[in-house]
Design a protein around this ligand. Sequence first.
Ligand SMILES: *Cc1c(COP(=O)(O)O)cnc(C)c1O
Length: 385
Amino acid sequence: MEFPIEKFKALRTPFYYYDTALLDETLQEVKEHLQPNWQVHYAVKACTNPKILRHVVAAGFGADCVSGGEIQASLDAGFPADKIVYSGVGKSDWEIELGLMVGIQCFNVESVPELEVINELAKNHGKIAQVALRINPNVGAHTHENITTGRAENKFGIAWEDTYNVIERCQQLDHIECVGLHFHIGSQILEMDDFATLALRINELQEMLETYGIRLPNVNVGGGLGIDYDNPDAHPIADFKAYFETFRRYLQLRRGQQLHFELGRSIVAQCGTLVGKTLYVKEGSLKKFAIIDAGMTELIRPALYGAVHKIENLTSTESEECVYDVVGPICESSDVFVKDYRMPKTRRGDLIAIRSAGAYGEIMASQYNCRPLPESFTSEGLCCQ
Ligand SMILES: *Cc1c(COP(=O)(O)O)cnc(C)c1O
């Protein structure tokens, strides 16, 4: 990725930088693989920056939200309400009411008590709520334990065995219309076999339901496609071809069914970079620390999931390399971006890029230690300043 380093030097660090040309290319790539009865709902939680949402709206995608706040942010960005789907294990009444009032496409429902509350609220407002049942397919995914969601022990979704009973329950509720099945097995998944397994599980479920004469118009397979954190320049765009091909090959849609995807990370991760500056280089008795002015308050993934992002020294002119623990300024021992990391020798004032930070980065920023939230810039914004 090319960075406008001279422009960066005039900005206060740390900040987020988004390459919107790469974002647009990524969105185009996704579109090229879509079939006419397929719809992508961008998982807004990955990055809710309005400058990013604008591009996703322009590409014609819908939105996948997990809170009322995200529904509002999506509407504000211009997503049509009827392309918004709403997931989440713990939807509050006001959030459900917001979804009902603006007329979202679908509630992805995760339990019977939730179904009953949606029915009640829809009744109060004289609405019929369209719902898809989020079924826990009991499929493991080869990813970090904190981001698998599709196993029986996870809190998400309705148990596989209960699917038929819950569909029956929907039929008893006058203000609920069950229009689909929904799944989401986890995040940062790079093994296409995991998606193939999901597709086969869905086939199994659809066959079982057909023995009861049930065929729902929508199937939603969630998101979860991973990206290359080690080599963002070699793979700036996720392997959408293999991903979509897997569903095309293994998932048997019934006639008239629509297939929905909820991709988050794979759309925005590579276009985002967190840029900080080296403050101090400290020689400890065991280690050399590169202390930078960005920390877990701007990017919590390393502390939260043990994630490793590629780090680049954008301004170093040194040919010598050193091994550093690259750490932030926050008063937490877990405020470490990476340990024992080899990179060009750094000194005070160097601009440091933490790559692949477009997803679950800026949106997870906090004000811990009374830090200001990071500013953001885009490639198009900086070119015009
Ligand atoms: C988080 C989430 C997604 C997006 O996952 P990615 O790994 O970012 O693609 C999709 N659907 C649901 C229900 C989610 O919770």
